[in-house]
Design a protein around this ligand. Structure first.
Ligand SMILES: [Fe+2]
Length: 476
């Protein structure tokens, strides 16, 4: 008999399905799109999971595909285009996968994977700076694209050009002065952290390189007006296993909770030595935001007691590739670190024990004090979410809305309403309706979630899991 869990996973198979066609059309809109909403929502995520009879082993792995939703006068134009990375073009020509990616070795066994140089698929995040649309992976340089046509221009240098930096997909933009902060991680005999800071016009303001005390896999991080905080959770990379070609990058990672978390605190301007603090183990995909409060740093994030949904043969993100449910027993709970920098001590607090992911603040408060956090949510511990939540950090009040069990909602991108108070606006989320096997973009008021979506933009097909988005306002 099919269980509820298998039924849900089966109905969400569209998240793990490739979408090779490149579209350009005006979808049907149900409801009313606010006329003030004028601009483009860009999204990035894996668009192709298989080629030449080989399928990626993990949902979080595939060739990057940009989706664009252009909002104008209550209508929406939809487009999608693959990022023409060197990997994408070489494999298109060969008609098969030939290069290793972070969860899947290159076909051909150990001989073809010794030295395991993972190739960028430019398929995790997207951001627009100075007329260039950047698509980031977690290795190498980002790719630059034309923000109007989505044509791939090629790799773009975003830091010092005399050293190689593998940039993390998550970059940070200061909500007040527009400075752009980028983090790189180099795995080797030692693990190095590179912090690059650029001003709003793209000029480099600083670069600092810090030795990490452990070989952690990091996905996201924090910044404030004066500091950068990097959570070094105990997901450790076995370099010999990886470089020997015996295992992919993710299969060379191990969760070692007894080692606890280390938290690195850097001075954003590069003054002074980094401080390393220790606390209980928890795994973090994404930070919400952080800010300075006197001598302390307040850092909010979504943390799991263990990354069972991510690592291991039975992990949920692995098993969905075979249409099966997998392990996902730990909830993404809302946590806060309060770091006393001069006192070199860290306290932690629980903001909510409900299940969340994809945290989002108003970009205007990034790096500065926030009041509201926005998230995807679901009851229980599943990593496939069908609700949105807003948490008021002042009162602790949580408002949530759900769109039905047979649906999936992705990261809510916040768009500020200039006619409303600070941190009020709209949330744009790309969803999958499993009953119709089609995707939709839903528009919610951030301060009236329980009213349900103001509008749904109905695509004529499903789209695979899309990780992260960026809103470019036409009036900006
Ligand atoms: Fe992410």
């Amino acid at each position: 008999m099919q269980t509820a869990a298998t039924a849900t996973i089966g109905s969400l198979a569209g998240l793990a399905s490739s979408m090779m066609q490149e579209y350009d059309y005006f979808p049907e809109v149900r409801g009313r799109i606010p006329l003030e909403l004028e601009g483009t929502l860009y999204r990035n995520g894996p668009g192709r999971f298989e080629l030449g009879g080989v399928r990626k082993r993990h949902l979080l792995d595939g060739d990057g595909m940009i989706q664009a939703f252009d909002f104008a006068q209550g209508r929406v134009r939809y487009r999608n285009r693959f990022v023409r990375t060197r990997k994408y073009q070489a494999e298109q020509g060969a008609g098969r996968f030939v290069m290793p990616t972070w969860t899947t070795r290159a076909p051909g066994g150990m001989v073809r994977n010794v030295g395991n140089k993972i190739r960028s698929q430019a398929g995790v995040t997207v951001t627009l700076k100075n007329g260039c649309l950047y698509a980031f992976d977690e290795v190498g340089l980002p790719y630059g694209l034309d923000p109007d046509t989505l044509e791939t221009w090629g790799e773009r240098q975003v830091g010092p050009d005399d050293i190689h930096i593998d940039y993390k997909a998550h970059t940070k933009t200061d909500g007040r002065n527009g400075h752009w902060l980028l983090l790189g991680v180099e795995h080797g005999p030692r693990t190095w952290l590179d912090l690059v800071v650029r001003d709003g016009k793209g000029r480099q303001l600083g670069h600092q390189r810090v030795a990490s005390p452990r070989p952690s896999y990091i996905h996201d991080w924090f910044f404030t007006e004066r500091h950068v905080v990097i959570l070094l959770h105990p997901v450790e990379l076995s370099l010999p296993r990886f470089l020997s070609g015996l295992a992919s990058f993710t299969d060379s990672l191990q969760w070692r909770p007894k080692k606890g978390n280390m938290v690195a605190v850097l001075d954003r301007a590069g003054a002074g030595s980094p401080v390393f603090l220790e606390t209980d183990a928890c795994f973090m995909w994404h930070s919400l935001n952080a800010f300075d409060l006197g001598d302390s740093i307040v850092a909010d994030f979504v943390g799991y007691d263990a990354p069972d949904h991510f690592l291991g043969e039975k992990a949920a993100f692995r098993m969905i590739m075979d249409g099966k449910p997998g392990l996902q027993q730990n909830k993404g709970m809302l946590r806060r670190y309060i770091i006393n920098v001069p006192g070199k001590c860290l306290a932690q607090d629980s903001l909510s024990e409900e299940n969340h992911e994809f945290p989002m603040v108003d970009p205007d408060v990034a790096g500065h004090r926030h009041r509201f956090g926005h998230y995807t949510t679901a009851p229980g511990a599943t990593v496939f979410h069908h609700g949105l939540a807003r948490v008021d950090m002042n009162s602790g009040r949580r408002e949530a809305v759900f769109v039905g069990d047979a649906a999936h909602l992705g990261e809510p991108v916040f768009v500020r309403d200039p006619s409303s108070a600070a941190e009020q606006g709209w949330l744009l989320t790309l969803g999958l309706d499993a009953l119709t096997a089609t995707s939709f973009l839903a528009v919610f008021r951030s301060d009236r979630l329980s009213d349900g979506p103001l509008a749904r933009v109905l695509l004529t097909h499903s789209t695979p899991l899309s990780f992260h988005g960026y809103w470019h306002d036409r009036h900006a």
